[in-house]
Design a binder for this molecule. Structure first.
Ligand code: DO4
Ligand code: MG
Length: 308
């Protein structure tokens, strides 16, 4: 099952179930369903979520919209996609692919053959988990992701993300751009939170796909393209078969001595490292396409001064 959130002019946020090229409106304030987060809280687990959404679709026989028509620049005057869930929390996992560990250690100046901090974490039983964002810091499809005003080297990090239900059950998958100010991260590892967490640091979408529909989560192609001046200046793909951990393992570390609310998103780390020369620029567009999920497209904006 694929679920989305979309905006309707004059009405606000609605919940949709994607069926082919159509999106069935399954919003039901009477049933307490105004958002995908409401559905996740009610369904609790993936089967519960699917059952609840199907029940609403059958009962409401709501209006259907055109899926391609929702894929447009957000505007108050036209229906458009929103992020597929408003996550109470977004967490990130790091160095979960060898490429991410090698690239980061090289850039941190670790001598060849020597274990750097990233290689250490790649091999360690304890994964790197960091707080990434709240819903207010995230954007949905076709809305701008931001380069912070004090960064000259911000990169896209294309990642498969999982959505958690109650007590850490896995209820869905989505695509995430863990936009990161690498220059700030490289200056000192203690600056990581500032490289990761700021307004517009995270894009999610285009939909939430439940586990029954995604198939093998360890065999998905993730592709990232950067479009500049109408041309793709970067396009690379990785398979999640190169993911070094198990999703359940990441979730169990996240839940240790921690209260993780339903609807939390955990982004699982990048296996594609965009070269430094292709750091994001104002006006770029980042496309992240994940097999079974679809394409998450976002324009890039440079913040010129700190925003309130
Ligand atoms: O350790 C820094 C961040 C790692 C990360 O975001 C990733 O590997 O995707
Ligand atoms: Mg990342």
């Amino acid at each position: 099952m694929k679920l989305v959130q979309f905006f309707l002019p004059g009405k606000g946020k609605h919940v949709g179930l994607v069926r082919g090229d159509r999106v069935l409106d399954i919003t039901s304030p009477e049933e307490g369903v105004r958002s995908v987060l409401d559905l996740v809280e009610q369904g609790k687990t993936a089967p519960g979520l699917v059952k609840r959404a199907e029940w609403l679709a059958k009962r409401l026989r709501g209006k259907a919209l055109d899926w391609p028509a929702l894929q447009r620049t957000p505007s108050r005057r036209a229906a458009h996609l929103l992020m597929p869930i408003d996550p109470p929390e977004v967490w990130g996992a790091g160095v979960t692919y060898k490429r991410s560990a090698e690239f980061r250690d090289e850039d941190a100046g670790a001598a060849k053959g020597q274990k750097g901090i990233y290689d250490y974490v790649y091999e360690s039983a304890r994964p790197e988990l960091f707080f990434k964002a709240t819903a207010a810091r995230c954007v949905g499809p076709n809305a701008p992701v931001w380069i912070r005003s004090d960064s000259q080297l911000t990169a896209a990090e294309p990642e498969l993300a999982i959505v958690l239900g109650v007590r850490g059950s896995l209820v869905g998958f989505t695509a995430c751009n863990d936009v990161s100010a690498w220059d700030i991260e490289r200056e000192n590892p203690l600056f990581l939170p500032q490289s990761k967490i700021y307004l517009g640091c995270c894009a999610l979408g285009p939909c939430l796909v439940t586990p029954d529909e995604i198939g093998d989560a360890y065999a998905l192609q993730v592709r990232c393209s950067i479009i500049r001046g109408g041309k793709a200046v970067f396009s690379e793909a990785v398979s999640t078969s190169r993911f070094h951990r198990k999703l359940e393992d990441l979730v169990s570390w996240l839940l240790k001595d921690n209260a993780i609310p339903a609807g939390t998103v955990l982004s699982t780390g990048t296996g594609i490292m965009v070269p430094n020369e292709l750091a994001l620029r104002d006006g770029d567009q980042v496309d992240i396409e994940i097999q079974g999920i679809g394409r998450l497209s976002n324009p890039v904006k440079q913040s010129l001064e700190p925003r309130a």
